[in-house]
Design a protein around this ligand. Structure first.
Ligand code: FRU
Length: 496
């Protein structure tokens, strides 16, 4: 448990952020011997991006995190870009004298090339002491291909059907698939993406995993996640798309027509996210963490001691929807441990023009769990981080069946012209009932609507004095089936 204060303005109180300096992508997420490891892109000497290291934190419960010393430092092969970590249970690498340990598979980014064009290649480091100290593999890099300038972010997993390692890698606007018996020697399988999905920016941070489809039929599907860098033309900036399909150990084929674009999150601030499984800790859940930021303005955020935070850890599933099998996501259940003060209301009809039911609730760190029956209102929603004239709106527009976040009036936004915006996603309520789960921290809001079928993640910079909460209804009425509002504890509070 940290003894540091973490009490600066905008400091996330229940999301991971480094005590000081820059953070971007989550890396090397792995569960090993009772600990969740979170490594991340880190610049230990500055609050803007620079030569990348792997920062490191551990957690026993996905709620409270302890920051550890830096795990990986740049060396003669270059800076340490994104990648993954695996447990080498059977010592396929030979690094562990017949035992087991952690192996990090990451990109070396070398700027000291004769041509001056940076070179990216894949390398290994290993640890026999639960990730506390690391040794660079002396044969680095283990995978290079000079045809690709952008050639990075290896995600490795054990392919249990074929009993070998599998890797997905981003190269320009393609995903490359490789396999290996020992993490050292890699064979190329295939490439994906020439005509599929969105090509609005460079492809980064791929991930590939299998998930059961809801409904108990026993069917499962493969999901390929691909982050897309920002383009100058689009206000959205960096985003994350995904594909659902089949993988046979060599290639991936999408179930959907090539022009289908599926977004993992409909907010602006969920990028470079990757998944891992916590077998055998918790029934083999598929967990996800993203970088809660956007390259459009990541270096400009109005924070001081640190810059960058992670999303909440989420559990992924696959839902059968009208248009096909789609990802759903909900925050991990462990986060319920943060709940303290509770406000609860069941079965109440609220009409447009009624007073604010939530006027006595104040806070900057809140969870809202609502089940609302639409009984005629054209729209309803919550205004969080509020004060006279300011607030972030999380709303549902019933006339358009559209759930949205409006951060146009949410606080500081002048650090980038594209920050101030409203955005959302279509969502039909099921049987006129809309379920919403909202997590508001000091500089973010995460919304999970329709049992996690739509997720929206946004940063906001309201300032500590904006603590009001409002429920509003427009034109008509809603019926609250249930509404819980919880004040949430700080994970940095050492008196826990
Ligand atoms: C994604 C990314 C990765 C790269 C890392 C560098 O945000 O650009 O592709 O490995 O960040 O910090």
């Amino acid at each position: 448990m940290s003894t540091k204060s973490y009490s600066e303005t905008f400091r996330p109180q229940f999301h991971y952020s480094p005590e000081a300096n820059w953070l971007n992508d989550p890396n090397g997420l792995v569960w090993y011997e009772g600990e969740y490891h979170l490594f991340y892109q880190h610049h230990p000497h500055s609050t803007v991006w620079g030569p990348m290291h792997w920062g490191h934190a551990v957690s026993k419960d996905l709620v409270y995190w302890e920051e550890l010393p830096i795990a990986l430092w740049p060396d003669h092969n270059g800076a340490i870009f994104s990648g993954s970590a695996v447990v080498d249970w059977h010592d396929t690498t030979g690094f562990f004298n017949g035992g087991s340990g952690l192996v990090a598979v990451f990109t070396h980014h070398d700027t000291q090339t004769p041509s001056g064009v940076p070179r990216q290649s894949q390398s290994l480091a290993y640890s026999s002491d639960k990730g506390r100290t690391w040794t660079m593999y002396e044969g680095n890099p283990v995978l290079e291909d000079e045809r690709h300038v952008d050639y990075r972010d290896p995600k490795v997993f054990w392919d249990s059907e074929r009993e070998r390692w599998a890797m997905v890698l981003a190269a320009g606007q393609r995903i490359l698939f490789y396999h290996s018996p020992d993490l050292i020697h890699w064979s190329f399988g295939s490439e994906f993406g020439a005509s599929e999905g969105s090509h609005d920016g460079v492809w980064e941070c791929p991930d590939l995993f299998r998930l059961p489809v809801d409904g108990g039929s026993g069917e499962s599907k493969w999901v390929l996640i691909v982050s897309i860098g920002p383009s100058d033309e689009l206000a959205e900036g960096s985003r994350t798309q995904y594909f659902v399909g089949e993988y046979d150990g060599v290639s991936f084929v999408s179930d959907n027509p090539p022009d289908t674009v599926l977004w993992l999150d409909h907010g602006r601030d969920n990028y470079a996210g990757v998944t891992w499984s916590d077998v055998p800790a918790q029934d083999g859940r598929r967990l996800f963490i993203g970088w809660m930021n956007n390259w459009k303005y990541a270096n400009l955020l109005p924070t001081e001691a640190w810059r960058g935070a992670m999303t909440l850890p989420r559990e992924l599933g696959l839902a059968v929807c009208e248009d096909g099998v789609r990802l759903r996501q909900m925050p991990v259940k462990e986060l319920e441990a943060l709940r303290e003060k509770e406000f609860r209301i069941n079965h109440a009809v609220i009409n447009a023009g009624d007073g604010n039911l939530l006027q006595d609730i104040h806070g900057s760190a809140l969870e809202i769990e609502a089940e609302i029956k639409l009984t005629g209102a054209s729209a309803f929603g919550f205004r969080i981080h509020g004060s006279a004239g300011q607030g972030t709106v999380i709303g549902y527009d019933a006339s358009r069946s559209y759930v949205f976040i409006d951060r146009r009036n949410a606080g500081i936004s002048d650090f980038h012209p594209d920050f101030s915006c409203e955005h959302g996603a279509d969502l039909k309520p099921s049987g006129d009932i809309l379920k919403l789960r909202i997590f508001a921290d000091h500089s973010s809001v995460e919304v999970f609507a329709g049992d996690g079928r739509v997720a929206l993640t946004d940063q906001v910079f309201p300032g500590p004095e904006h603590q009001n909460l409002e429920l509003y209804v427009q034109e008509g009425s809603i019926e609250i089936i249930s509404l819980h509002v919880y004040g949430l504890k700080s994970i940095w509070d050492s008196s826990k």
